[in-house]
Design a protein around this ligand. Structure first.
Ligand code: NIG
Ligand code: FE
Length: 421
C-alpha cells in the first residue's frame, strides 16, 4: 500500500555519488508544493505536486484512503527534509558527569580533569560498574532523545570500556539497542579512546593490548563497522594511532579518527594519509592538514557543540569549505565534552557561530553525514530508491532551525515510510 505525502515544502540535496563539497553543498532542491509517494519503506516518487496530480497519482484529501488503498497525508505546507544523520556520538554510557561540568563552569580545564583521572576515566569506571541492563536502558534513553530531535540514523562509539571484556560488552549493548529503536545504528570501535588508569605507566602494553586482543575480539563479533582512535597530546600519538588504525583496517574495519581537537599533532594529515573515511573535531587543524583531507576526500566531521561546551574556538568550517573538504556535522553526544542529542542545536551553532551557509549545514547533517558512516546508498537524501526517512518541521523552511533557536522544530519523524514520532 502506498502512502502519498502532499502539500509539503520538500527540501533535499541530490546524491551525486560522492560527498558534496563547496558550492555543490549549497545546491538544495525545493519542491513547493511537493509530493512524495512512499512504497515499501522507500521513496518511490518525489517531485512537484502538480506533476503527481496530473498523473492522477493522488486524490486531494487529508488522511484519506483512496479507492486503490493508498493513504494521503496533507502536510499543510510544512517543511519536509531528510531525517538527520548524526555521524559521531558516544551515547552508550552509564552515567552523566554533571559534577565535572560544574567544575568546568568554575574554570577547571577539560584535559586537566582528564589528566587527574576524571573525564573519560570517570565514564570508564561507571560503565564497568554498570549492569548490562542499566547500560542498555541508558543507551536507549539517548537514542530515543536523539530520535525526538529528528535523528533517523546514528553512529555510536565504544570507548568507555577500555578492557577487552568491557569494550565487548559495550559493543553488544550498542547492537542490542540498535534492534530496539527505529533508527539505523552504525557501531564504531573506539578501544583506543584513552589509556586506562591501570596502564598509566605501561602505555606500550595498552597499545599492544588494543592491537593484539581488543581489536581482533571486536572484529570477531562482526559488530563494528569502523575503527576510531583519539589522537591527542597525552592520549595516543600519531605513531600509535597509525598502528591501531592500520590493524583495524587489516581486520576489516573502515577508519575514523578524533584528531587535532585540542593540539595540532598533524592528525588531519594522518587521517588523509591512511585514507580514513572521516576525521573528526579538527579545531586545531592547519591548512596543510585540511588540504591533505581535500585531496584524499576525507570527510571533516565538525563538532560545534563540543566547542560550545568546552568554550573552545570553533573549527574553521568556512576554510574547509573553501579548500573543498566535504563537511559533515555531528553532536559528539557524550557525558563529558558535549552532552546534547540535538542536531538542530548543532545546525544552529554552525549557521550562527561558524558562518556555515544553511544549505551546507543541512547537507552536513544529511547526505554528507550519511557518506561519513557509509550509509549514503540508503539515507541522507529524498530520492527514488532511498529510504523514506524524513522529518516534518514546524514552519515552511529549514531556516526555522536556527530561527526558532533552542526549540525543537521537529513535529514528526518518519522512518522507512512509517511515522515513528
Ligand atoms: O569526542 N575527545 C574525545 N572523546 C570525546 C569525549 C569523551 C568524554 O569526555 O567522555 C569527544 O569529545
Ligand atoms: Fe567524540
Amino acid at each position: 500500500m502506498d502512502t502519498v505525502i502532499r502539500n509539503a515544502r520538500i527540501y533535499t540535496h541530490r546524491d551525486t555519488g560522492v560527498p558534496l563539497r563547496g558550492d555543490a553543498a549549497v545546491d538544495l532542491t525545493v519542491y513547493d508544493p511537493g509530493a512524495m509517494v512512499l512504497r515499501n519503506g522507500l521513496v518511490h516518487w518525489i517531485g512537484p505536486e502538480n506533476e503527481l496530480l496530473a498523473a492522477g497519482g493522488t486524490s486531494v484529501g487529508s488522511g484519506s484512503t483512496d479507492p486503490d488503498g493508498s493513504v494521503t497525508i496533507d502536510l499543510g505546507g510544512r517543511a519536509v527534509i531528510p531525517g538527520f544523520v548524526d555521524p559521531h556520538t558516544h551515547l552508550c554510557f552509564a552515567a552523566t558527569r554533571e559534577n565535572e561540568f560544574r567544575m568546568r563552569l568554575g574554570g577547571a580545564d577539560y584535559m586537566q580533569i582528564h589528566r587527574e583521572g576524571g573525564g573519560i576515566m570517570s565514564s570508564v569506571r561507571s560503565l564497568r560498574a554498570a549492569s548490562r541492563e542499566d547500560l542498555l536502558d541508558r543507551t536507549l534513553l539517548g537514542l530515543r532523545r536523539s530520535l525526538s530531535f529528528g535523528v533517523t540514523t546514528v553512529e555510536v562509539k565504544t570507548g568507555y570500556g577500555l578492557s577487552t571484556e568491557a569494550e565487548l560488552r559495550q559493543l553488544e549493548v550498542i547492537a542490542e539497542a540498535a534492534g530496539r529503536v527505529p533508527q539505523d545504528v552504525v557501531p564504531t570501535f573506539l578501544g583506543a579512546h584513552s589509556i586506562p588508569q591501570e596502564y598509566r605507566d605501561r602505555r606500550d602494553e595498552f597499545v599492544n593490548l588494543v592491537l593484539e586482543e581488543m581489536l581482533p575480539a571486536a572484529a570477531e563479533t562482526g559488530i563494528p563497522r569502523y575503527c576510531d582512535v583519539f589522537t591527542e597530546e597525552g592520549v595516543f600519538s600519531v605513531a600509535e594511532s597509525e598502528r591501531i588504525l592500520t590493524r583495524g583496517r587489516e581486520l576489516g574495519m573502515e577508519l575514523k579518527a578524533h584528531v587535532d581537537e585540542i593540539q595540532n599533532l598533524g592528525g588531519a594529515a594522518m587521517a588523509a594519509r591512511l585514507g580514513c573515511v572521516s576525521a573528526e573535531h579538527l579545531i586545531a587543524a592547519d591548512d596543510q592538514g585540511l588540504e591533505a583531507m581535500a585531496e584524499s576526500g576525507t570527510i571533516a566531521i565538525v563538532l560545534p557543540g563540543t566547542s560550545f561546551s568546552l568554550r573552545k574556538p570553533y573549527a574553521r568550517a568556512r576554510r574547509m569549505i573553501e579548500l573543498g573538504v566535504p563537511l559533515a556535522l555531528a553532536t559528539d553526544c557524550n557525558p563529558g565534552s558535549c552532552y546534547t542529542e540535538s542536531i538542530p542545536f548543532i545546525v544552529t551553532l554552525a549557521v550562527m557561530q561558524m558562518g556555515v551557509p544553511l544549505e551546507t549545514a543541512l547537507a552536513a547533517v544529511t547526505v554528507n553525514a550519511a557518506y561519513s558512516i557509509g550509509m549514503a546508498d540508503r539515507v541522507g537524501t529524498l530520492e527514488p530508491g532511498k529510504q523514506a526517512d524524513f522529518l516534518v518541521l514546524e514552519g515552511s523552511s529549514p531556516a526555522i532551525i536556527p530561527y526558532h533557536a533552542g526549540v525543537n522544530p521537529v513535529e514528526a519523524v518518519y522512518k522507512r515510510g512509517a511515522p515513528v514520532l
